[in-house]
Design a protein around this ligand. Structure first.
Ligand code: ADP
Length: 320
């Protein structure tokens, strides 16, 4: 059962990406799965070409350094020709109304004077990502569920109109993984492209920087260490991070910590130790471009091989 997940190089990899997704991909993924760096998606809003290229490499290195099976890892743009072709065919299967109905588009385009057309059409590219690889399961949060539904609708319509080409994908709930919130504003999730990075721990941050950010995490004035996400979101977030690093439940780690100062110390050290090997291995990989290039090339070849017959069939049955 092929699973497909992606990370967008819109910023450096942050702790939430690592604890919530990448570490799971390393622990539970198989070489049948598809984990890719979605650099094409990163171009739907204003982007800087050299930064995009550097972030793509960095994310690839973090995935491999974390232990995600290198055979399952690829970079989206290495298949840009295939994806471009399939996206066009799928755009000819999709209506304008369907694309314009996407909540993500409405939210991301709100209040902007200039919106790239690709922001409207990227769910169709996402459908191409999924259908090209024959992915059956797409673990997504609520914000992406509608896009997977669109991929299903397009697959069903295409198959019904032209002939059975695509496997039917479905959105699945991601395996229970930590939800990490912004340390400076625990009402928001930690994100790599946050405007103010004071509350974002990046996987490549130095140990001292990690400690400083965790020590400055927003808590509350109740002074009680217990796992109560509604009433104490800041404390609950630290407990969640500590628990994810210790591979225990937040309620359990709460019992072993006395005050907020101790909670921050223990959490900071747990994060530093959790990230240390990943950071070091990522640095090694970034210093060894030949190894990273090899992983990237193999990933691209594998994805291309796996999907060639599906793309050929899609073009053929639609009259091309
Ligand atoms: P970001 O929000 O940092 O831009 P992406 O959209 O590229 O992240 O998501 C990559 C993966 O990381 C997804 O599987 C997503 O669910 C996961 N992820 C992102 N932020 C967090 C977070 N704060 N906590 C847990 N998982 C997260």
């Amino acid at each position: 059962m092929t699973r497909l997940s992606a990370i967008t190089p819109s910023g450096s990899v942050q702790l939430g990406n690592y604890l919530g997704a990448i570490r799971q991909w390393a622990a539970e993924g198989t070489d049948e799965d598809v984990y890719f760096i979605s650099d094409l998606h990163a171009m739907t809003t204003s982007h800087n070409p050299s930064r995009l290229r550097a972030l793509t490499r960095e994310q690839l290195a973090v995935l491999v350094a974390t232990g995600v099976d290198p055979r399952s890892v690829s970079v989206q743009s290495d298949l840009v020709r295939e994806l471009g072709a399939l996206t066009w065919v799928l755009e000819c299967t999709c209506t304008y109304g369907e694309a314009a109905r996407m909540i993500q588009f409405k939210e991301k385009s709100k209040g902007r004077s200039s919106v790239r057309l690709s922001l409207l059409t990227y769910p169709v590219l996402m459908a191409a990502d999924i259908l090209l690889q024959g992915a059956r399961e797409v673990p997504v949060g609520d914000d992406q569920r509608q896009h997977v539904e669109l991929a299903r609708a397009l697959a069903r319509r295409f198959n019904g109109t032209y002939g059975e080409v695509f496997a039917m994908p479905k959105a699945v709930v991601p395996p229970t993984a930590a939800r990490v919130r912004d340390l400076a504003d625990p009402t928001r999730k930690m994100a790599k492209s946050a405007k103010d990075s004071a509350g974002t721990v990046f996987v490549l941050d130095s140990p001292d920087l990690v400690r400083r950010k965790v020590r400055r995490a927003v808590t509350d004035d109740l002074g009680v260490v217990r796992y109560a996400p509604e009433e104490q979101p800041g404390v609950a977030n630290l407990l969640e991070v500590l628990a994810a690093c210790a591979r225990k439940a937040p309620e359990e780690v709460a019992e072993s910590v006395k005050g907020y100062a101790e909670l921050k110390e223990v959490t900071a050290e747990a994060v530093v130790e959790e990230l240390r090997p990943v950071r070091e291995r990522t640095r090694e990989l970034l210093d060894d471009p030949a190894e990273l290039d090899r992983v990237r090339r193999h990933g691209a070849e594998r994805s291309r091989e796996r999907s060639r017959h599906r793309l050929d069939a899609a073009l053929r049955v639609s009259g091309l």
